[in-house]
Design a protein around this ligand. Sequence first.
Ligand SMILES: [Mn+2]
Length: 304
Amino acid sequence: MATYVFGHTTPDLDSIVGAISLSYLRNQLGLQSIASRQGVLNLESQFVLEKFGFDAPILKTSYAGEEVYLVDFSDKAQAPVDIMEATIVGIADHHKLGDLTTSTPLEMWVRPIGCSNTVIKQMFDYYGVAIPQNIASIMVCAILSDTVIFKSPTCTKEDTKAVKELAKIAGIEEYKALGMELFNVKSNLTGATPRELILRDFKDFDMSGNTIGIGQLEVVDLTLFDTLKEELHATLSQMQEDREAIMVLLTDIILEGSQLLVCANDNTKIEKAFHTTLHNNEAWLKGVMSRKKQIVPFLEEAYK
Ligand SMILES: [Mn+2]
């Protein structure tokens, strides 16, 4: 029986590339694996797969009775709805440990570094399996994207080392320029509704029984949002539903900070989390670029 290898709901580049790179590694090891995904490709993933000549992992949202290997998440909220009816054989991730449990032994490759594909690169090294040029290319893209071209506080020496080694295999000399190319693609907001923008990179978290939805948009110029903010606020309040809070981070990768737009039942919780004051449900969070490291832990504390 083949194992499905896939990333979280609303897949980002790391989830898509991780499914491809890890399923390749496992197949080389004689472990029959199929790369899959839980949702539509975002613009960045489309760009990268096309640029380096890959087909998208197959779309599959139901996994009851299957063996699965999870990449880039271990939270139920980001898993397929029938995940508890699947057998989780492994997890490769770089987030906080989530709430998924298993009834059978599994392998876990979870490290506090900048990207799941850095973890997967280390798995290739561990098993002594060579990485093909085209897979190395997309892994470079995933790491540059997740680490915001090494600017994110989540970026470690292991990530920069992995990019250097992968770029060598891929024959990519100007990898920082490639990174800027990715963020220019990400910065394209045209043709998307405010709802689509909020959902582009969106995750729900369970914080002490409260559902907190957090979206993030990383752009090269925050003024792109000047004419959109009002609509984004209106859309957040439509999307709140039974969530305790919903928010979107508008991250400027050049200024290195994020404008936080919030719709919450209790704004003081948000203000407490980030030691800030919300004005019209907004606050500028200087130096904040990482949802997993600079947003989620502080909200979890505030909602305890
Ligand atoms: Mn990731």
